[in-house]
Design a protein around this ligand. Structure first.
Ligand code: ZN
Ligand code: ZN
Length: 301
C-alpha cells in the first residue's frame, strides 16, 4: 500500500507543485483524496490509471481541491471506466457536480455515487472503516481517518502438533472459523492463533488550523497527512486564513502520537526553501517529511 502525491501545492499551481490531490494505492483499489485542477494531467505522469480509481474523498469545496473532478470523471468514462465511482464530500458537492455534468452534457457510462458526509459519521468502504471529523478552515472542511481490519494472528503450529493435529485443510479452517473439531473434541481457534496484527491506520486532513478534530482523526495513526501551507514566520497569516504552519502540523502529529507525518499543501512562496519547513516540523516531530509532486511513500498493510 502506498500514498502517491499528485499535487502538493496550496491555492494555485506552480511549476513545481500542482494543486491538491493524493492517491492511496492498494492492490485491491485506488482511492483519491481531493482532485484539484489538472489532477488528470498529473496522472499521465504517474502509475495511476483513472479507470482503477474507485473512490474519491473530498475534504472541502475550495477550487484548489475540486476543480479537477469534472475533467477526471469524464476522462475516466472515455478510458473505458465502467465500474462504480463513489465520491464522498461536504454538502454542496452533489449540487455542483450534477449541475456541471448536466450543463456540459457529460455522459458517464458508469454508476456515480455522491455521498455527502457529516462530522462524526463512519462509513465502510471496500473493507476499510472511514471516519469523518470537522476541521477548522473558516469554511466547511473535513478530514478522514482510514482504518483497515485487524488481521488474525499466525497459526501456532507447535501447539497444534503437540495435540497431534496434522497440517492440511484443517489449518486453513482454524484461521477462518472461531472453533473447530478434531478427533471428536471441540477447540477454540483463538487458542491456536498468535497476537492479531492491527489494521493500518491513516489520517488525511484537508485545509485547517490546529484543532481538536485533527487530533481525534490522527490518534496513533501509522501515517498522518497534514497541510503545511506556511513557515513559522507566517504563523499569524496562517491562522487568519485558516491554515497551518509545518511546525503546527508537527505539533498535531506529536500530540496524537502519530508514527509518521507527511506534509503537503505547501505555499508557492517556498520554492527551493522546502527544507526550511521540514526542519521546523522536525524540531517538534522527528518523523516529518515534506512531500513533492510525484513522490510516493510506502505504508505497511
Ligand atoms: Zn487548499
Ligand atoms: Zn481551502
Amino acid at each position: 500500500m502506498e500514498f502517491y502525491f499528485l499535487g502538493t501545492g496550496a491555492g494555485m499551481p506552480s511549476k513545481q507543485r500542482n494543486v491538491s490531490s493524493i492517491a492511496l494505492l492498494h492492490p485491491k483499489m485506488t482511492w483519491l483524496f481531493d482532485c484539484g485542477e489538472a489532477t488528470q494531467h498529473q496522472m499521465l505522469h504517474s502509475p495511476i490509471k483513472p479507470r482503477k480509481v474507485s473512490t474519491i474523498f473530498i475534504t472541502h469545496l475550495h477550487g484548489d481541491h475540486i476543480f479537477g473532478l469534472p475533467g477526471f470523471i469524464s476522462t475516466r468514462a472515455a478510458l473505458e471506466g465502467t465500474t462504480r465511482l463513489t465520491i464522498y464530500g461536504p454538502k454542496g458537492l452533489r449540487e455542483w457536480l450534477e449541475a456541471t455534468l448536466r450543463v456540459t452534457g457529460t455522459y458517464l457510462r458508469y454508476p456515480l455515487d455522491i455521498i455527502e458526509v457529516e462530522a462524526g459519521q463512519t462509513y465502510q468502504q471496500e473493507g476499510f472503516r472511514v471516519t469523518v471529523e470537522a476541521l477548522e478552515h473558516r469554511f466547511l472542511a473535513y478530514g478522514y481517518r482510514i482504518e483497515g481490519e485487524e488481521e488474525k494472528g499466525a497459526l501456532l503450529v507447535e501447539a497444534l502438533q503437540e495435540l497431534g493435529i496434522p497440517s492440511g485443510p484443517l489449518y486453513r479452517r482454524i484461521k477462518q472459523d472461531s472453533m473447530f473439531v478434531f478427533d471428536g473434541v471441540e477447540y477454540q481457534s483463538a487458542d491456536f492463533l498468535g497476537t492479531p496484527k492491527p489494521g493500518v491506520k491513516l489520517a488525511i486532513l484537508g485545509d485547517t488550523i490546529p484543532c481538536a478534530g485533527s487530533i481525534r482523526l490522527a490518534q496513533e495513526v501509522d501515517v498522518l497527512v497534514h497541510e503545511a501551507t506556511f513557515a513559522d514566520s507566517e504563523e499569524d497569516h496562517a491562522g487568519r486564513f485558516g491554515h497551518s504552519t509545518a511546525r503546527q502540523a508537527a505539533e498535531i502529529a506529536r500530540q496524537a502520537q502519530a508514527k509518521k507525518l507527511l506534509l503537503t499543501h505547501i505555499s508557492a512562496r517556498y520554492v527551493d526553501q522546502e527544507q526550511r519547513l521540514e526542519a521546523e516540523a522536525r524540531e517538534v516531530f522527528q518523523e516529518s517529511y515534506l512531500m513533492m509532486d510525484h513522490q510516493s511513500v510506502v505504508i505497511k498493510g
